[in-house]
Design a binder for this molecule. Structure first.
Ligand SMILES: Nc1nc2c(ncn2[C@@H]2O[C@H](COP(=O)(O)OP(=O)(O)OP(=O)(O)O)[C@@H](O)[C@H]2O)c(=O)[nH]1
Ligand SMILES: [Mg+2]
Length: 423
């Protein structure tokens, strides 16, 4: 069962610092050689899943995240300082989504599914620093009066979507007191009533107990034959499929409590064997309303799971269940596994490009690449230098190279043309 929380943010990695044009100066040496250093690299923006984070709320305050620029190169061949990286901590279960239009329709692409603690993703890469003029000196050309500009840092808009995965599911027949239990162990306020099928949609709450936190899902009641569609059916079990522990609640006031336990387990098996194999904490509820004799009889039942006798309404026995649940969570297999399709940047239509050759002329087609060209003043060498860096980064130049493009060949991109430059 997922508990969605989402926020759209804009990220901009740091631009690389510009390379410096400078010549060595020293008394007595009138024409010192070039000594302009390289610009520092821009800082990148990373996203890291951390089990101490529980919401995306910090991003509601900081919707625009920028990493530091690299400093420009310095004289004496010194490289400028690199910009610091930024690390955005998000809860485990956060997905990063890019929206891209396809045939006029916005479509979501999950580019990262951070479902394990400390999973890390590069969201925006910092730009490389530009080379200083010292790097352009040749034996035949000793006074280069130019340096490279830094590469722009990547920028994009993404959606962070939190899909908390419930670690614990509460299951049982209708009216067993599942929602009541959720309401007394978490701050959730589910509907509670004395009739079957009060809960129609799963409820979620977070337990905070003895330094531990975990998400609990309370699902609608299941009855015999639910797998054939009886009652509300069995579909709700999908919400507890990725849990680690099931709290199995039984109403102690009913005639044959042990049989109720069997009924539920049979339905679990019919749904999915793995679900039936999950560890359980068996809880007889409503002991405030049974006679001592009945309680004695119930306590004789044997189970292969830990068993507790509680009263949810009078808050009796709650700590014992929580302790047992925490133990079971710790003992459960670690990874519940991701089933989400994760796209790479190249899968996203706006990032895609196509290179080709038509009548000896090379061309490049692609939404992002064509946009860059529109923004670039191709008569300005510095602007053009930046463009080549971007084209190199996404692989356009190497693809053209594979087609046989040589230095000076004409490349048509959208309505503009540039010359091919080997990297
Ligand atoms: N006496 C007594 N009544 C309880 C206890 N816990 C729950 N109840 C009552 O049992 C009834 C059903 O409780 P719910 O929490 O709605 O049960 P549920 O299992 O969520 O039921 P569904 O959502 O219909 O599956 C309510 O009238 C509760 O007040 C208990 O410990 N003692
Ligand atoms: Mg309920």
């Amino acid at each position: 069962m997922a508990f969605a929380d989402e926020v759209k943010i804009y990220v901009k990695a740091g631009d690389g610092g510009d390379g410096l044009v400078s010549f060595h100066r020293e008394r007595g040496i009138p024409h010192g050689g070039p000594d302009g250093g390289d610009g520092g690299d821009g800082g990148s923006i990373y996203v890291v899943a951390d089990h101490n984070e529980h919401s995306l709320a910090p991003f509601l305050r900081e919707r625009s995240v920028k990493a530091e620029k690299g400093e420009p190169g310095k004289a004496n061949k010194s490289t400028g300082r690199s910009g610091s990286d930024r690390e955005l901590k998000v809860p485990v279960g956060t997905q990063i989504i890019e929206i891209s239009a396809e045939k006029g329709k916005a479509k979501e692409y999950i580019i990262a599914d951070l479902n394990t603690d400390q999973a890390k993703f590069v969201l925006a890469r910092g730009g490389e620093g530009g080379l200083g003029n010292v790097k352009f000196a040749r034996s035949t050309y000793q006074t280069p009066r130019f340096a490279e500009l830094g590469e722009p840092g990547e920028e994009k808009e993404v959606i962070l979507r939190l899909k908390l995965i419930a670690e614990v599911g509460i299951i049982g027949l209708p009216n067993a007191g599942k929602s009541t239990l959720l309401s007394v162990i978490t701050s959730a306020k589910p509907k509670i009533a004395d009739y079957a099928f009060t809960t129609l949609e799963p409820n979620l709450g977070i337990v905070n107990f003895s330094g531990q936190r975990f998400l609990v899902a309370d699902i609608p009641g299941i009855i015999e034959g639910a797998h054939q569609g009886k009652g509300l059916g069995i579909d709700f079990l999908k919400h507890v499929e990725r849990t680690k522990v099931l709290i199995h609640m039984i109403d102690a006031t009913t005639d044959d409590p042990k049989n109720q336990f069997k009924v539920i387990n049979t339905e679990l098996k019919k749904y999915n064997k793995e679900l039936a194999a999950k560890s359980q904490v068996v809880v007889f509820n409503k002991i405030d309303a049974v006679t001592p004799e009945k309680l004695k009889a119930i306590k004789k039942y044997k189970f292969k799971y830990p068993v507790f006798y509680i009263s949810a309404v009078s808050h009796q026995g709650l700590n014992d269940i929580l302790e047992a649940t925490i133990k079971q969570i710790a003992a459960a297999p670690k990874d519940t596994g991701s089933t989400v399709k994760v796209y790479t940047l190249a899968d996203i239509p706006s990032n895609r490009f196509e290179v080709g050759k038509k009548k000896d002329k090379y061309f490049v087609k692609g939404e992002k690449v064509e946009k860059w060209l529109v923004k670039t003043d191709v008569n300005n060498d510095e602007a053009l230098g930046r463009l080549y860096k971007l084209l190199r980064r996404i692989g356009v130049l190497s693809e053209l190279g594979k087609l046989g493009a040589k230095n000076g060949d004409t490349i048509k991109i959208g309505q503009k043309t540039i010359e091919y430059k080997e990297i």
